[in-house]
Ligand binder design. Sequence first.
Ligand code: ADP
Ligand SMILES: Nc1ccn([C@@H]2O[C@H](COP(=O)(O)O)[C@@H](O)[C@H]2O)c(=O)n1
Ligand code: MG
Length: 468
Amino acid sequence: MGSTPVDYMIEASSGAHFSGFHMDGMQAVNSLVRQGATSVNENVPKQPFIIGVAGGAASGKTTVCDMIIEQLHDQRVVLVNQDSFYHSLTPEELTKVHEYNFDHPDAFDNEKLLSTVEMLKHGKTVDIPKYDFRSYKNNISRKVNPSDVIILEGILIFHDPRVRDMMSMKIFVDTDADVRLARRIRRDTGENGRDIGMVLDQYSKFVKPAFDDFILPTKKYADIIIPRGGDNHVAIDLIVQHIRTKLGQHDLCKIYPNLYVIQSTFQIRGMHTLIRDAQTTKHDFVFYADRLIRLVVEHGLGHLPFTEKQVVTPTGSVYTGVDFCKRLCGVSVIRSGESMENALRACCKGIKIGKILIHREGDNGQQLIYEKLPQDISDRHVLLLDPILGTGNSAVQAISLLLKKGVPEANIIFLNLISAPQGVHVVCKRFPRIKIVTSEIETGLNQEFRVLPGMGEFGDRYFGTDDE
Ligand SMILES: Nc1ncnc2c1ncn2[C@@H]1O[C@H](COP(=O)(O)OP(=O)(O)O)[C@@H](O)[C@H]1O
Ligand SMILES: Nc1ccn([C@@H]2O[C@H](COP(=O)(O)O)[C@@H](O)[C@H]2O)c(=O)n1
Ligand SMILES: [Mg+2]
């Protein structure tokens, strides 16, 4: 590995983050239909992004982790410290603590660390011990919930290949030995209440040799080497940027560059949780569906072309901005697509909205039975509205009609709340120039072609007709 300030070998660490669906378009759907298959990957939980942070004692590992966590404040991140897996000292070892090597791989319960990381990786809650540097014991423990990002930190966190192989990104904090020693003296004589003579003895007898024999040799496994630890803001920004890209990117977006999944936040996830809950009242369903629809519409509008425009502000200054695209219209797929009309009207004053009604017989016999579209639709950019993309058959019908009316494929933006991978494959394969904007990708379809986990019959829940 070279020795540039930040050795950034992203490719080496970019193993797929979220599991996806990798069959070919129509072929995939047809084969699923033939097999009467249920969800594509219904039982495969999303894999967390596991990061390892190694480096010498007092190199700044915890500081770097804290900075990453702070920047990822809108994500579910958990920090697991290798210190938590120190073996508690026996009464006999306690009497000769100055002879104990805390920097040797055997000082840790490596099997427990491995099983803990495996559990978190598979979405299970774990109990992690808390280690006390003063009593040399781990008595109490804390509950740690599964998260989207798991950071494993410790001097020898790259030592065990089984733990190392679970990491999607490996960082080594590289700080000069004299700086590490100075920090260690301050920390151990301060918060750990130790005598300076003992600290120096421990350093020359165990810490320094173990760094050379066990820690430094693991530097070669790192994808990124950060000199100066927490002072290296550029490295930390790059790392956070990379993590965000990996988290926000569904595998399908890597296959289809015209598929846009809006970046998830806790707010967005919270809204999805509410509208997916079968117990949510009609009032709340409409409220949160409207909020999400508005986000999708705003995101979709961001894909329209624009022209530069200059205006004079009340201070007499010139502001160089942009002018909205004027030649646009909405088209809703009756009935659930109509739920998206208000959000579109709220964003685009006076926008024309056409309608298409597609009758479904099972899910193979789709029939277009009604259309009312602006006469000059071929000159407009079209925002096609349907909250759910399932098999893709209705979408194909609707898009085919728009193309027949002369709308260029590249002028269509298909907006929906949730998309099944099958529908994405079908639409993107057949119409590679249209854009799809959605807020979440589903796991798949069931045997009745309903989206899973889904949110039920959207139109019925939104318009309150589910009891009829
Ligand atoms: N860039 C820095 N400048 C000054 N002090 C630092 C810096 N990074 C860490 N420290 C201090 O050094 C000590 C060790 O840092 P820490 O992040 O806990 O290292 P590690 O987790 O590698 O042992 C802490 O007291 C911390 O506050
Ligand atoms: N009872 C203990 C346990 C560990 N150490 C030292 O801590 C260092 C590892 O912790 P970092 O936060 O610095 O990674 C390691 O060098 C051990 O020697 C200790 O002094 N006492
Ligand atoms: Mg630490």
